[in-house]
Design a protein around this ligand. Structure first.
Ligand code: BES
Ligand code: MN
Ligand code: ZN
Length: 504
């Protein structure tokens, strides 16, 4: 999708679909009605009918006269100005995408909303939110349909923003371009997550990350099984033990900051398929577990976007990747893993594999003496029970880091909710035969998983700033929402990029 910016009057814009946003505030609505009907007389009946009064996320299509430069005019309601938020903008933009892709239209022109109806939102953030909404809502995972009618993927080739205000246009442009780059990262994450296991397994995940590195300009080292063994990444080796396909460990590095600046390390769970292993999962819905590498997809998407944007930070992305398979050589309950930092773990349940491989990555992360470590993982069903599909679980030991994550989450509408790490819960992962065990039973499952990870953040010199995002709900969606599709959502790419651009 190409972005264009035009300082021209509405009736001259050539496109398949011209979009105008309309406020439901009576005085604004009436003023807009006057303006629109003057330019487009065909809109008068609809605006007079009372059927369309600018209500939030409502729309009406007008077919303009044959003389008009754009044959279709879509009026989209913004609702009340005082209630206007970036999320409303994204959702309204999502409607535009649904209409345009539904009719397989190629060019869309969007009139930037009049200043009077922007409720103090910055011009840049308006360009950003509108671009996000359109781009993210236009996506559909349609690669396996043979019938072209089933293919509803983005038909929009150009998206033109217009206003006669030059300053407004330029500021909106910077926001729109930011959103497009980040949006490419989100779409990359979705594509990786949604791909079936036959396409994305550890080695092909590495190939995809190498391509992203080349396209965006960051370095990547792919550690193979031999190197993983040499590093004594024993959790990753143990989980991989039942698999025919070998594991990989990805080390991605982007240096946008100063030479001496310590990096921010992002860690993503890369379980390319989670059968549960010997503690096998039930058959129903198991196919969803092709998306159990969404944490790694989000990290790769964020690395891609951050490098493309030239964000002024040093960023490291780490991905331990393997399948979790049952077989004659698989890890079994009762086994004990000893990690390279000396911590021993009793394997109580082979389906609690994510934490086993993340532990190796958290140990590896510490060699950077990072400013912060943030891991993202589809880690527990318990987190989905607690927070559903709207909110990720946030855990961490560092208030400042959690604040950064929370404020970016609020900004991008990728909600997080903090859950506690009280030491009393540690009781649940005590083992009779090793330092800890990998499963804590039925209660507080998201918390015991996080406490397991915390065990690998401690060093002799204390704890370093660390946060864990359990994205099991928001990463794998059961149905479409405004601009998030069913299945792999690409969640947290926008959050991470916003956090990184604001990092000081
Ligand atoms: N990948 C799953 C968690 C998951 C479940 C993600 C549903 C998305 C949707 C994880 O590896 C897992 O199986 N966790 C177990 C842990 C338990 C055995 C302690 C779980 O949540 O049941
Ligand atoms: Mn599992
Ligand atoms: Zn898993």
């Amino acid at each position: 999708m190409k972005l264009a910016f035009s300082q021209s009057s509405l009736s001259h814009i050539k496109s398949d679909l011209l979009v105008l946003f309309v406020s439901s505030d009576k005085t604004l609505f009436d003023a807009q009605k006057k303006l629109v009907t003057k330019e487009f007389p065909a809109a008068a009946p609809a605006l007079d009918s009372g059927d369309f009064i600018g209500k939030k996320e409502s729309n009406v299509m007008i077919y303009t006269s044959e003389k008009a430069a754009s044959p279709r005019l879509l009026l989209v309601g913004f609702g009340e100005t005082t209630a206007l938020t970036l999320e409303t903008l994204r959702r309204c933009a999502a409607q535009v995408a649904k209409v345009a892709t539904g009719k397989k239209l190629c060019s869309v022109a969007v009139a930037l909303p009049a200043k009077a109806m922007m409720a103090g939102l910055s011009h840049a953030s308006i360009g950003e939110a509108l671009t996000e909404g359109i781009m993210l809502a236009a996506y559909k995972f349609d690669k396996y349909f043979s019938d072209s009618d089933a293919k509803k993927n983005n038909t929009i080739q150009t998206l033109t923003f217009c206003t006669d205000d030059k300053k407004y246009l330029n500021e909106a442009k910077s926001g729109a371009e930011y959103a497009q780059t980040v949006g490419d990262g989100v779409l990359l994450a979705r594509a990786l997550a949604n791909a079936p296991n036959s396409e994305i397994y550890p080695e092909t995940l590495a190939k995809a990350a190498q391509k992203a590195a080349k396209d965006a300009g960051f370095t990547i080292t792919v550690l193979d099984k031999k190197k993983i063994a040499a590093l004594r990444m024993n959790g990753l080796l143990a989980v991989n033990q039942g698999s025919v396909r070998p594991p990989v460990f990805l080390v991605m590095e982007y240096n946008g900051g100063g030479k001496k600046d310590k990096p921010i390390v992002l860690v993503g769970k890369g379980v390319t398929f989670d059968t549960g292993g010997i503690s096998i999962k039930p058959a129903a819905g198991m196919g969803e577990m092709r998306m159990d590498m969404h944490g790694s997809a989000s990290v790769i998407g964020a690395m891609y976007a951050a490098a493309k944007l030239g964000i002024k930070q040093n960023i490291v992305g780490l991905v331990p990747a393997t399948e979790n398979m049952p077989s004659g050589s698989a890890l079994v309950p009762g086994d004990v893993i000893t990690y390279s930092n000396g911590v021993s773990v009793e394997v109580d349940n082979t389906d609690a594999e994510g934490r086993l491989i993340l532990a190796d990555a958290l140990i590896y992360a510490q060699r950077y003496k990072p400013q912060a470590i943030i891991d993202l993982a589809t880690l527990t069903g318990a987190c989905v029970v607690a927070l559903g599909f709207v909110t990720s679980g946030l855990f961490g030991t560092d208030e400042a880091l959690k604040t950064r994550i929370k404020s970016s989450a609020d900004y991008t509408n990728e909600y997080v909710c903090e859950l506690p790490l009280y030491s009393e819960y540690e009781e649940l992962i005590k083992s009779d035969i090793a330092d800890i065990k990998n499963a804590g039973g039925r209660w507080a499952g998201a918390i015991t998983a996080a406490l397991f990870l915390k065990r690998f953040i401690k060093t002799e010199s204390g704890e370093m700033p660390w946060a864990h995002l359990d994205i099991a709900g928001p990463a794998i969606l059961p149905s479409d929402t405004a601009y998030m599709p069913k299945n792999g959502s690409g969640v947290c790419v926008r959050l991470l990029c916003d956090m990184l651009r604001n990092w000081k």
